[in-house]
Ligand binder design. Structure first.
Ligand code: TRP
Length: 452
C-alpha cells in the first residue's frame, strides 16, 4: 500500500478527491434543494455549514488517512490499539466503509438513468412537460430491463476503473475527467451568461430572502455538506492513505472544498438561468434534471441537443468519478484483510451492490413496487434515507470524536503547523464541539425526536 506505485501524485490526489466530492450531489441535488428552500438564503447557510462543519471533518478524514496509511478499518483499529487501555473494537468504526456500497445501490441506478437520457436525447427531446413526465415515468415505472441494462453498464464501467487500482485506474480516470468536467461546466456557464435571465438567476442564488429561511433548511444544509464532500464513509480516508509524503493536508482539503463549491454554484447558476429563461419554476424537486431540463433543451432549438448532451455528459462524468470512490474503500479493505486479488475483491463488492440495485429498480416499478417497499417507502428511497440521513452523519460524529478526543493533541501537530495556532484552534473547536452538536441536531431531527 505504501510503495510508490500505489501512491497518488500531488495533483492526482487532488483531482481524485475532487472527483469523489463533485458528483450527482453538486449538479443534480444542490440546485433542486436550493430551489426548494428559496435560493440565496439557503446558499448562504450551505456555505456556512460547509465551511464550519463539512470542511472541518474533511480535514479530519484526510488526516486520518495520512496518519493511518491503510484502509479505514485498519486505521481505526490501529488507533484503538495504540491507546493506553487498548480498544481493538474501534475497528468497527471503520465499517463505515460499507456505507459506500449501500449508496452505490441507488447511485448506480441514477447514473444508469443519465446514460439512458444521453442515448435518448440523441433520438430527440420531449416537447412538453407532459411528454417529459411520461418519458421519465415510463422509464422508472415500466422499463425494468432498460434500467437493468444501463445499471449494469454503469456498474461495469465503475468496476473497470476500480480494478485498475489507485494509480492506473482511479488517478488516470480523474486526471482526464475532472478537467473535462470543469471545461464543460465553464462552457455551459458562459452560454448561460449570454441569456437574459442570467441576472435573475444570479439574484436568486446570491441575494438572500431571509423570510424563506426555515430551520429545516439549516438541517438540510448540514446533511448536504456531508454528502457533497464525500464524508462519513471512509472514501476520503482511503484516498488520503495514498497521499504523497509531505503533502499539505489543509491546503489540499481547501482545494477540494473550493472546487466542490465552485461546481455546485456553477450548476445552480446554469440551471436557474435556463429555468427562468424558459419559464419554469425553480422548485421542481428531484425530477428537475430528468423532467424540466429536457423540455428546456428542446425549446432551445438546434443548439438544444448539444447543450443537453454536454450537460448530461458532465453529470455522468461527475457521477462516475464519485462512484469509483464509493466502491474503492470496500475493495481495498477486502484486499488488505482477506488477502484476495484486486480483481476478485472488485467483482465481489460490485456484485453485492449491483444485485441490491436490482431491487431498488424494482421498488419504483408499478408492478413490483409494493413488494419492495418498507412501510410504504420504496426500497430506493429507504436506502437513500438510511445512508444520507443516518449512516453518514453517525460516521461523521465518530470521525469527529476520534480526532477530537481519542487521538492526542500531539498527534495532530502536523495540522497545527500547517494551519497556524489561531486557525488550528478554530478547527479543533469545530471538531470537538460545533460539528458533533450540528450532527446530533441533524440526526434527532431526522428521527423526528425534535421538530425544529
Ligand atoms: N460527493 C458525491 C456527490 O456529491 C457522492 C459521494 C461520493 C459520497 N463518495 C461519497 C457521499 C462518500 C458520501 C460519502 O454526489
Amino acid at each position: 500500500m505504501n510503495d510508490k506505485k500505489s501512491q497518488f501524485t500531488r495533483w492526482g490526489f487532488i483531482f481524485a478527491t475532487v472527483g469523489s466530492a463533485v458528483g450527482l450531489g453538486n449538479i443534480w441535488k444542490f440546485p433542486y434543494i436550493t430551489g426548494e428552500y428559496g435560493g440565496g438564503a439557503f446558499v448562504l447557510v450551505y456555505l456556512f455549514t460547509t465551511l464550519f462543519v463539512g470542511f472541518a471533518i474533511l480535514i479530519a478524514e484526510m488526516f486520518l488517512g495520512y496518519f493511518g496509511k491503510s484502509d479505514a478499518v485498519t486505521t481505526f483499529e490501529n488507533i484503538g490499539n495504540g491507546l493506553k487501555n487498548r480498544k481493538p473494537s474501534m475497528k468497527y468504526v471503520g465499517f463505515m466503509t460499507f456505507n459506500g456500497l449501500i449508496i452505490m445501490t441507488f447511485y448506480s441506478v441514477v447514473i444508469g438513468w443519465i446514460l439512458y437520457y444521453i442515448y435518448s436525447s440523441i433520438n430527440g427531446l420531449p416537447k412538453t412537460v407532459d411528454e417529459a413526465e411520461l418519458e421519465f415515468k415510463t422509464l422508472v415505472g415500466e422499463n425494468i430491463l432498460t434500467q437493468l441494462f444501463f445499471h449494469t453498464f454503469a456498474t461495469l464501467t465503475v468496476l473497470h476503473f476500480v480494478n485498475g487500482g489507485i494509480k492506473n485506474g482511479i488517478e488516470k480516470l480523474n486526471n482526464f475527467l475532472i478537467p473535462t468536467l470543469i471545461f464543460i461546466m465553464l462552457s455551459l456557464l458562459i452560454y448561460s451568461m449570454t441569456l437574459d435571465s442570467f441576472a435573475e438567476s444570479f439574484k436568486f442564488m446570491f441575494y438572500p430572502d431571509w423570510s424563506k429561511l426555515t430551520s429545516e433548511a439549516f438541517i438540510r444544509a448540514v446533511g448536504h455538506s456531508f454528502f457533497t464532500l464525500s464524508l462519513g464513509m471512509g472514501a476520503i480516508i482511503t484516498y488520503s492513505a495514498s497521499i504523497p509524503n509531505g503533502t499539505n493536508i489543509t491546503k489540499s482539503a481547501f482545494s477540494v472544498l473550493f472546487f466542490d463549491t465552485l461546481i455546485a454554484l456553477m450548476a445552480g447558476l446554469i440551471i436557474f438561468t435556463l429555468l427562468f429563461q424558459f419559464g419554469e419554476e425553480p422548485s421542481k424537486g428531484a425530477g428537475l434534471v430528468f423532467i424540466s431540463m429536457p423540455v428546456i433543451f428542446s425549446q432551445m432549438g438546434d443548439i438544444g441537443s448539444l447543450v443537453s448532451i454536454l450537460f448530461l455528459s458532465a453529470l455522468a462524468m461527475a457521477g462516475l468519478t464519485s462512484a469509483v470512490s464509493l466502491v474503492e474503500p470496500a475493495v481495498i479493505y477486502m484486499i488488505n484483510r482477506f488477502k484476495i486479488t484486486r480483481f476478485k475483491a472488485t467483482i465481489y463488492m460490485g456484485t453485492i451492490y449491483w444485485f441490491i440495485g436490482i431491487f431498488a429498480i424494482l421498488s419504483y416499478s408499478t408492478t413490483y413496487g409494493e413488494i419492495f417497499s418498507i412501510f410504504g417507502t420504496p426500497l430506493f428511497d429507504a436506502l437513500e434515507l438510511l445512508t444520507d440521513s443516518i449512516l453518514l452523519p453517525i460516521s461523521g460524529i465518530l470521525i469527529a470524536l476520534t480526532v477530537g478526543y481519542v487521538m492526542r493533541k500531539v498527534d495532530l501537530v502536523k495540522l497545527q503547523n500547517e494551519m497556524g495556532d489561531k486557525i488550528f484552534k478554530i478547527w479543533y473547536f469545530s471538531i470537538r464541539v460545533v460539528s458533533p452538536i450540528a450532527i446530533i441536531f441533524l440526526i434527532l431531527n431526522i428521527l423526528g425526536v425534535i421538530q425544529l
